[in-house]
Design a protein around this ligand. Structure first.
Ligand SMILES: Nc1ncnc2c1ncn2[C@@H]1O[C@H](COP(=O)(O)OP(=O)(O)O)[C@@H](O)[C@H]1O
Ligand SMILES: [Mg+2]
Length: 247
C-alpha cells in the first residue's frame, strides 16, 4: 500500500468513520491518511471531540471504520472488518497503548500489572520478569514494584502504564493524551521518559497531546481537523509556532 521507499511501520489510508447521533450521524473521520516511519514519533493535535481517540482505536483495530485500510508492518487490513483471531494475536506483538486514565488493575501490584500484559501464555516467566523490572527501572519506579496502583501518584501510575505498554517490545506505541491528567512538571518528566524510551527501544510512537511543546518534541507533527490529518494548523496561537518552525 505504501508508495516510495519509506520504511513505514504503520499506515492508514482513506479512514472514514461516522457515529449515529439521533436521527442523523456525525462524521468524525473523512478519508484520513496517516503514515508512521519505523522507530519514529508522530504527534497528533486537535480540539476535544474531533476524533483523535477514534483514530487511535481504528489504528489499533479496536473499532471498525466505515472505510479505509490499516497496515501493520506492511500487513494490510480492511479497517471496516473485524480483526481475525490471527490479527488479534498480531496486535499483542505489534502494539502497546497508553491512555490518559492509566487503567491499571487496582487489585494487582505494579509488577503484576505489567506481567498481565506479557503475552507469554505460560504466565510470568524469568524473561518477562526481567524485562518488567528493567522497564520499571527505566521509568524510575523500581522501588514501587510491590505497591498497588491506588497508592501511587498520577505520574507514577503513568510510568507503570508505559512500562506495561512496552513489555512485549511492540513495534508501535499509541499514547492517547498520556499527560492529560498530570500537572505540567510531572507531565514533562513523563513525556521525556516516554520519548526517550521509545527512541532507545526503536518503538514507533503516535502521541495524541494537547500540549504544543510535547507535540513539537515528536519527529513529526500533524493536526486532526474536520476528519482529516494535515501538517498545517489554522488557529492563531499555533500559527506563529508553525511559522517559526519553518525558519
Ligand atoms: N461509540 C461512540 N458512539 C457515538 N459517538 C461517539 C462514539 N465514540 C466517539 N463518539 C463521538 O465522536 C466524536 C469524536 O470522539 P473522540 O474520538 O473521543 O474525540 P477526541 O479523542 O478527539 O476528543 C465525539 O463527538 C464523540 O462524542
Ligand atoms: Mg480522546
Amino acid at each position: 500500500m505504501s508508495e516510495g521507499n519509506e520504511n513505514l511501520v504503520l499506515e492508514a489510508k482513506g479512514l472514514s468513520k461516522s457515529f449515529r447521533l439521533g436521527d442523523g450521524s456525525i462524521r468524525v473521520l473523512a478519508d484520513a491518511d496517516i503514515r508512521l516511519e519505523e522507530a519514529s514519533s508522530l504527534s497528533i493535535q486537535g480540539s476535544s471531540g474531533c476524533g483523535k481517540t477514534t483514530l487511535l482505536n481504528l489504528l489499533a483495530r479496536l473499532e471498525k471504520a466505515d472505510e479505509g485500510k490499516v497496515s501493520w508492518d506492511g500487513y494490510e487490513m480492511e479497517a471496516s472488518s473485524s480483526p481475525s483471531s490471527r490479527e488479534s494475536v498480531m496486535r499483542a506483538d505489534f502494539l502497546g497503548v497508553v491512555y490518559q486514565a492509566y487503567y491499571l488493575i487496582p487489585e494487582l501490584n505494579v509488577l503484576e500489572n505489567i506481567l498481565m500484559a506479557a503475552r507469554l501464555s505460560a504466565g510470568a516467566n524469568r524473561e518477562s520478569m526481567d524485562r518488567a523490572r528493567s522497564l520499571l527501572s527505566r521509568m524510575g519506579v523500581s522501588d514501587k514494584e510491590r505497591q498497588i496502583p491506588t497508592k501511587l501518584s498520577g505520574g507514577e501510575r503513568q510510568r507503570v502504564a508505559i512500562a506495561r505498554a512496552l513489555i512485549n517490545n511492540p513495534r508501535v506505541l499509541l499514547a492517547d493524551e498520556p499527560t492529560g491528567n498530570l500537572d505540567e512538571r510531572t507531565g514533562g518528566q513523563v513525556m521525556d521518559l516516554l520519548l526517550a524510551t521509545c527512541n532507545e527501544e526503536k518503538t514507533g510512537l503516535i502521541l495524541v497531546t494537547h500540549n504544543p511543546s510535547f507535540a513539537e518534541a515528536a519527529d513529526s507533527r500533524v493536526f486532526l481537523k474536520e476528519g482529516k490529518l494535515s501538517s498545517r494548523w489554522e488557529p492563531e496561537a499555533e500559527e506563529t509556532k508553525a511559522n517559526d518552525e519553518d525558519n
